[in-house]
Design a binder for this molecule. Sequence first.
Ligand SMILES: [Zn+2]
Length: 79
Amino acid sequence: MSEFNVQKSIKAQEEYCKRTGAPHFAPSSGVCWKCNKNIYNPHEKAVLDGKHYFSGITTEKAASELITGCPHCYRTYCD
Ligand SMILES: [Zn+2]
């Protein structure tokens, strides 16, 4: 079960960037300035065959991948 936790994910992404020397693109509060949703919170995208699909960055993903854009509106933070 993937976990969504805003505070933990913000920290996890900061630590990931420090560890890898990558630039920190994600908003410091986690809130996307384009769509005003928190990138570390799940938002339901679709329901297919009774299965719910969510967009959003899990704590696990925040700890293991560089975040360069919004998972909800696909706005990139790189430019
Ligand atoms: Zn967005």
